[in-house]
Structure formats: structure tokens, C-alpha cells
Design a protein around this ligand. Structure first.
Ligand SMILES: [Zn+2]
Length: 317
């Protein structure tokens, strides 16, 4: 072997090592979008619902990423519109990389609902979604709690978890959410008023806040789990995401993320552990697992900037 050959082999080897470690360290995140057909559906006409979903699905087609949408079937039951509204879900289900989960029928909080009524919400909320997924040969696997309120006392929490398991459901956790409902409210208002400057301001603030939260939960994973984990991002089907999904995904890619399916994320052993938190609050599973110093980390979690919070408060007065 000549010196030149050894040098070339050495270079190839070094490149391979760098490549493998980069792949090994690559960050992953699953994207989940709640409240299908659309967040706050009662304020939308069927045309508006179709418009939001068409734009969102158009982006997801181009981005070619897996996403799980969580459904509140109540938004389908409008007299004379059931078929047309169901077609929105079919459009999701037909796409290879997209699937649907159950988010209850009418989005009640488990905290304010009797156990038996909450179970009925699951059963009533799966009828059309299950039929639509059946048609395309996909399973209905995931359940997400409205407001992520996953049980306020240990007895009903355990009983409901057993019920879900018997029905073949897996609870869909989330590790990162960035209060998109707050930004969406302000964004929708600006859009209605044709205020492009404000729309841009709000969407930039949302992207910045999301970036800050990923930074926070990445660090928290390193400190509390001792490693980086596949994250699960929670957002909503709304006006904001229908417009800026490419920028959101661009931000995640810039942070080094590969977008993976919920199935893929859930294979990680971090998601095999139980959610030990009993209480009404809907915070990240990162906080739930972190029993020892939960309060400290909860206090440290970044909030949207003051101006956004004030504007949101004014709108809700
Ligand atoms: Zn929801």
C-alpha cells in the first residue's frame, strides 16, 4: 500500500466517523396538531375550515413530513354538512405520512368531567375517525387529553388509563408546546384587519418563542434525562399554522431536527415510563417525569413576551 493510498483511506475513515457521529446525534421531533377540524371550530364556516386545512395540507405535502392530527368529532356533526366535514379528515388520512388520533368528542377537561362521562367522550369521539382510518388501512392508536389534563386523582387516572389500554389506545404525550393559541388569536385578528405588519410581528414572535422553548427543553432533557430525547411538539390546526408551517419546520431543521412520526418517537424508552403527575395542569411530560424538582423547572419555563401576553389579555377582556 502506497503512502497516498493510506492517506486516502485515512481520510475516508475520518469522514465516516464524523458522519456517523453527526447522524447519531441528530435531533428528532414528532409534530402533532390538535383540535381538528380546526381550533375553535364553532366560529368557522365549512368553507373556512376547508380553506385552513387545504393550506395546511398543501404545506405538509411540500414539506413531506409526518404529522398526527387529533380530532374532536363534535366539529363534524353539523346538519347537512357531515359528509363534507368528514372529507376534511379523509384528506388527512389519505396522505401516506399523515394520520389521525382521538382528542375526545367535545374537548372537555378530564379535571371537570366525571370518569364515566369522560370515557363516553372517547367512544363518541372515535366513530367517524375510525371508519376513515379503516378505509386507508391505518390503525386508530393515539389518544390525547384535552388541555393535557390527564387525571386529577390517582384512582380515576388509573381507571381511565386502564380503559384506554383495553380500547387499544396509547396516550400521546407532548414535550414541547409554545402557546400557539395565544399567538393565533392575535394573528387572526391582525389578518381580519388586513394588518400585514402586525401579522408578521406576531408570527415572528411565535417562531422566536417556539425556538426558545426548544432550547429550554433540549437543555432540560440533558439535565434531567441525561441525554437528548426525541421530542413531541404540540400545536393546533389553526390559521397561524396554515400560513407559517414552512417557517416553523424551517426553524426546527435549523436547530438540527429531523421530523419523525409519532410512532417513531414513541419507541424511545423515555416514553415507556409512566406519567406520575396527578393534578389538573397540562404541562410538558418533561415536567411530569421530573418529580424531584418539578416546581423549579416549571418556574424556569419561558413565557411568551410581555407585549404578546398583554395584547392577548386585552382581547379576552
Ligand atoms: Zn385540544
Amino acid at each position: 500500500m502506497t503512502f497516498e493510498m493510506i492517506k486516502r483511506l485515512y481520510t475516508v475513515l475520518i469522514c465516516f466517523i464524523i458522519y456517523s457521529s453527526a447522524v447519531g446525534q441528530s435531533k428528532t421531533v414528532a409534530i402533532t396538531l390538535d383540535d381538528l377540524l380546526v381550533a375553535g371550530a364553532s366560529g368557522y364556516t365549512i368553507e373556512e375550515i376547508e380553506d385552513v386545512n387545504d393550506r395546511l395540507l398543501g404545506h405538509l405535502d411540500k414539506l413531506d413530513i409526518p404529522v398526527t392530527g387529533f380530532v374532536n368529532e363534535k366539529s363534524l356533526y353539523i346538519k347537512g354538512e357531515i359528509d363534507r366535514r368528514s372529507e376534511v379528515l379523509s384528506a388527512w388520512a389519505r396522505r401516506d405520512k399523515l394520520t389521525l388520533g382521538n382528542h375526545t368528542f367535545s374537548h372537555p377537561s378530564f379535571h371537570d368531567t366525571k370518569l364515566e362521562d369522560f370515557k363516553s367522550e372517547v367512544l363518541k369521539g372515535e366513530i367517524i375517525t375510525r371508519m376513515i382510518l379503516d378505509e386507508v388501512g391505518k390503525p386508530l392508536r393515539y389518544f390525547r387529553f384535552p388541555f393535557n389534563s390527564a387525571g386529577s386523582d390517582s384512582t380515576s387516572k388509573a381507571s381511565f388509563e386502564k380503559f384506554l389500554e383495553e380500547k387499544g389506545y396509547v396516550i400521546a404525550p407532548m414535550t414541547v408546546e409554545s402557546s400557539d393559541y395565544i399567538f393565533n388569536t392575535l394573528y387572526k385578528k391582525a389578518k381580519k384587519e388586513g394588518d400585514k405588519k402586525q401579522m408578521n410581528k406576531v408570527s415572528q414572535a411565535y417562531l422566536h418563542h417556539t425556538d426558545t422553548l426548544f432550547e429550554f427543553f433540549e437543555n432540560m432533557a440533558l439535565e434531567t434525562q441525561g441525554r437528548s430525547i426525541p421530542h413531541i411538539f404540540l400545536g393546533h390546526v389553526n390559521e397561524l399554522h396554515a400560513d407559517i408551517m414552512p417557517q416553523l419546520v424551517g426553524l426546527l431543521k435549523k436547530r438540527g431536527y429531523t421530523i419523525i412520526s409519532l410512532d417513531e418517537a414513541m419507541k424511545d424508552e423515555v416514553y415507556q415510563q409512566k406519567d406520575p403527575y396527578v393534578g389538573k395542569w397540562g404541562f410538558s411530560w418533561m415536567h411530569r417525569w421530573n418529580v424531584e424538582n418539578r416546581i423549579d423547572w416549571l418556574r424556569k419555563e419561558p413565557e411568551p413576551n410581555q407585549k404578546i401576553l398583554e395584547d392577548f389579555k386585552m382581547l379576552n377582556k
